[in-house]
Design a protein around this ligand. Structure first.
Ligand SMILES: Cc1cc2nc3c(=O)[nH]c(=O)nc-3n(C[C@H](O)[C@H](O)[C@H](O)COP(=O)(O)OP(=O)(O)OC[C@H]3O[C@@H](n4cnc5c(N)ncnc54)[C@H](O)[C@@H]3O)c2cc1C
Length: 362
């Protein structure tokens, strides 16, 4: 029988269990009519595990009477440099389950199971000028990047920020304060759809044109992101490596579920590939059974390999293959340019060659 926590959810132990932590909400802040910020208390003993980079996200386990629980990722809107607590900001999705559950039920003292911070929507350095393009709840990771760059870096930051109407602008006041504090480094271009219509590819391209030599970070609803990404890459000719996108989508599977490794036959053991893995500055060598996913192998060896959705949709587990190759069972997130750069999803990778070298540190 699995242990029960106070939300009635089974507590995982084993391979995944060390990545799952129960955190308590310190408070909940109503940002707009349909968005709430959830501020988590981080016990001192977990402060290293919950260290994060601007732009990363947490994955929460939300109770459900129907399915036991659902998992959803929420970007951290707090900055590791500006804020002591970890905050995610959740906007209600029409007919959505988890976002409405959280907006209705989250209150100080609520305990939730949470996976450690992860994600690749992170600026390489905070001194390179930034172009941030967000719509609606897409401002959440962008806010973390913006605050971090202003406080910790020397970058100039421009935010193009689209919203349905003035009342739905999340962080409106905080952004006004930041602009007043950093008039020479922060510029904000608001786009209000009720007054100006939907922002088109042409509009976004025109707004972004003066900043086309910067590193760009885009987050928002699908059609908005597609318009912004095409404007930057196709119309303004920005290189793929300088245009970063964060796709918000719900997780279908259960990344909190325990990993079950298949028993190997003697033949499968003898047929295993060899993998060298660089993770957190250390090099490890393992036999890699052909039917075992890289993430599962590394967790089974006690390594702290990163992951979130475990279904090839979020890139939290991305690594670089430096020698040999792997095949991915599912890839819903890496683009052809990423694949050409050697990036692969650890949660979906099986060995293709007899020897594979992989780095999580680059
Ligand atoms: C990296 C990342 C970062 C993100 N950051 C943010 C963020 O900062 N802010 C934000 O608001 N969103 C963010 N999202 C999006 C967020 O994870 C969710 O996709 C979003 O909140 C919608 O989830 P939802 O459950 O409300 O809606 P849906 O996923 O649309 O809900 C419908 C789904 O829930 C199921 N369902 C319905 N009722 C039940 C029930 N009773 N029990 C179980 N299942 C049920 C349905 O079958 C259906 O699959 C992010 C996503 C990703 C991947």
């Amino acid at each position: 029988m699995p242990e029960e926590d106070n939300n009635g959810l089974p507590t995982n132990i084993g391979l995944v269990g060390s990545h799952v932590h129960t955190l308590k909400l310190a408070r909940v802040v109503a940002e707009t009519d349909d968005a709430r910020s959830l501020v988590f208390e981080i016990p001192v003993e977990l402060s290293t595990r919950f260290a994060y980079e601007p732009g990363q996200f947490l994955t929460l386990r939300i109770p459900s009477e129907r399915t036991g629980s659902v998992a959803r990722s929420y970007s951290l809107s707090s900055s590791p440099f500006a804020d002591d607590e970890l905050t995610v900001t959740v906007k209600r999705t029409i007919d959505g389950y988890a976002s409405n559950w959280l907006c209705d039920n989250a209150a100080a003292g609520l305990e939730l199971e949470v996976l450690q911070p992860s994600g690749m929507f992170v600026p390489k350095n905070l001194d390179t000028d930034l172009l941030l393009i967000a719509a609606g709840s897409g401002v959440t990771p962008v806010m973390s990047i913006l605050k971090s760059a202003l406080l910790k870096g020397s970058a100039k930051v421009t935010l193009i920020y689209a919203n349905r109407d003035e009342g739905s602008v999340i962080f409106a006041e905080e952004l006004r304060d930041l602009q007043a504090k950093h008039p020479d480094r922060l510029s904000i271009i608001h786009w209000i759809q009720s007054l100006q219509g939907l922002p088109s590819q042409t509009t976004l391209g025109a707004l972004a044109a003066p900043f086309h030599e910067r590193d760009a970070f885009i987050c928002g609803p699908g059609p908005f992101m597609a318009a912004a990404e095409t404007a930057l890459k196709t119309d303004l000719g920005m290189p793929h490596a300088r245009v970063h996108v964060e796709v918000f989508q719900s997780i279908d599977g259960d990344p909190f579920a325990e990993i079950v490794l298949n028993d190997l036959t003697a033949e499968e053991e003898a047929d295993a590939a060899q993998v060298e893995v660089i993770l957190d500055g250390e090099t490890h060598n393992f036999a890699w059974p052909r039917n075992t996913k890289l993430l599962d192998l590394l967790l089974s060896k006690g390594l702290d390999a990163p992951f979130s959705c475990r279904q090839g949709a979020c890139s939290a587990c991305a690594c670089i293959v430096t020698e040999g190759d792997v095949s991915m069972l599912i890839n819903e997130v890496l683009e052809p340019e990423d694949i050409a750069d050697g990036i692969r999803l650890g949660c979906q990778s099986l060995p293709l060659t007899d020897i594979v070298k992989v780095s999580y540190d680059e």
